[in-house]
Ligand binder design. Structure first.
Ligand code: GDP
Ligand code: IMO
Ligand code: MG
Length: 432
């Protein structure tokens, strides 16, 4: 019986991790975020209520669930408390009491947002298309060992000293390299002082909580953010985010050891989307893509940007299956393909030198030059919205799903037929 289940994105993010995490949380005692920050936008729909969580783990809608933010997460106090205020306003009044934050999590401060924006502006046509939330610069400071952590707030004098050193460097860059306005030390301190006590009251030893939970036989869901091809090492670098989004990241970012993970559930759409710049071999820049974007409401949950849309990419999925050691797949948004005459599945990439590959290249320049090789399958005209029984799906939808499963080489255990919790076909419950 799997007690420690990872839910992660296998594509370029926005696969529907929030829906699945929320769905499985009915059986989980704890949900933990291990990487990323408020660049994530995970949509949870219950009845006519829609909640988008960014930094807060998706377990928050279940009152008995503890929500943990691990050391691998970059935490903007401002974003955290504005999200908590939104949750309070929507009736979840115990959110703050149920969220625990690691003292080793990185503090994301306004200086990081300023650097993110200035750096994107400087890149011009080569901009990454970041969410502008300061995520990359905050991870840069962490890795450069000049960053601040949540635990630095215990001693305000220490915090101020470290902040001063950070701003000396970062403001020098802003002024002299980016030609952008500097960020005020006093304003950052004033902002942090407002929430310091509240944030420190949430601090806990996340890896110890996970260890105790394991010994007590509790169920833990590790909620990934972003997706496999936005991973800093394995994604389409440099058009990636700045954390390890693959399964290994959930161990380093939470303090759970690799042997303690029982099941890795990969979330993928029945097609592909991506927000921001970078290679996207199966992209559809035509009316077919436009139709999918419209039916799938493919607009970013964080920035509202239209998502780029393309056919399902089984080549990328092969890599995702391997590096995440996927146990099973949740196939999302099958209903968005309703009414299409024909569907294409990318099964191979043709590389620039004419060779054909079943795995994606790791070099970014090569990725940008691949041409997808497609196989075609007939679509279906019937509606699949809300179907909960696999055998009730149109035969061609069943065949499409089985073909994707065959290409991935791991079982499809969940099929999603709409945004709501109950619009789901559960073939095999990863938490059961
Ligand atoms: P996440 O970042 O992976 O959690 O995904 P997002 O929440 O950013 O984007 C997924 C979007 O698809 C959200 O608006 C969901 O409500 C919606 N969604 C999830 N599953 C389904 C589904 O099966 N069908 C449809 N039509 N929408 C879905
Ligand atoms: P969820 O968890 C989709 C993308 C940005 C940009 C790149 C770098 O909701 O799936 P960043 O701000 O992280 O430095 O941006 O990564 N990106 C996402 N795309 N879903 C996300 O999160 C994303 N988080 C970041 O669009 O291309
Ligand atoms: Mg999202």
């Amino acid at each position: 019986m799997p007690n420690n289940v990872v839910v992660l994105g296998t594509q370029w993010g926005d696969e529907g991790k929030g829906k699945v995490a929320d769905l499985l949380t009915s059986k989980a005692d704890i949900v933990v975020r291990s990487q990323g920050g408020n660049n994530a936008g995970h949509t949870l729909v219950v009845g006519d209520k829609k909640v988008v969580v960014r930094l807060v783990p998706s377990g928050i809608l279940h009152s008995s669930c503890q929500c943990l933010i691990g050391s691998g997460v970059v935490v903007s106090p401002e974003a955290l408390f504005s999200e908590i205020a939104e949750l309070n306003a929507s009736g979840i009044t115990d959110a703050e009491a149920r969220i625990k934050v690691s003292a080793a999590s990185s503090l994301l401060l306004p200086i990081h947002v300023a650097i993110d924006k200035a750096s994107e502006a400087k890149r011009g046509a080569n901009a990454i298309g970041t969410t502008g939330r300061g995520i990359g610069p905050c991870y840069e400071d962490k890795i450069a060992r000049r960053g601040l952590r949540v635990g630095d707030l215990y001693d305000l004098a220490v915090f101020k000293e470290k902040l001063k050193a950070l701003l000396d460097y970062r403001n020098f860059c802003l002024k002299n390299y980016y030609n952008a306005p500097e960020v005020s030390f006093d304003e950052i301190v004033a902002g942090v002082e407002q929430v310091r006590d509240r944030l420190l009251a949430m601090v806990a030893d996340i890896s110890a909580i996970l260890s105790d939970a394991r010994k007590a036989g509790k169920k833990v869901l590790f909620e990934g953010a972003q997706g496999t091809f936005l991973d800093i090492d394995y994604g389409t670098y440099p058009y990636v985010t700045s954390s390890n989004t693959v399964a290994g990241g959930c161990c380093t970012g939470s303090g759970a050891g690799p042997r303690h993970i029982d099941y890795v559930l990969g979330i993928c759409k029945a097609y592909t989307t991506r927000v921001g710049g970078g290679p996207f071999p199966t992209e559809l820049e035509n009316e077919i893509g436009e139709g999918i974007r419209k039916r799938g409401a493919e607009f970013g949950a964080v920035t509202g940007r239209p998502r780029r849309v393309g056919w399902y990419d089984a080549v990328a999925m092969r890599r995702a299956v391997d590096i995440n050691s996927l146990s099973g797949l949740a196939l999302m948004k099958i209903d968005v393909l309703d009414g299409m005459d024909e569907l294409q599945i990318c099964t191979k990439y043709k590389l620039a030198d004419g060779t054909v590959s079943e795995l994606p290249p790791l070099a970014a320049y090569e990725y940008a030059q691949v041409t997808p090789v497609y196989e075609s399958m007939p679509g279906w005209s019937e509606s699949t919205i809300g179907i909960t029984d696999f055998t009730k799906l149109p035969l061609n939808a069943q065949k499409y799903i089985r073909r994707l499963e065959e290409l991935a080489g791991v079982p499809v255990v969940i099929i999603s037929t709409g945004p709501e919790r109950d619009q789901t076909i559960m073939l095999d419950d990863p938490m059961a």
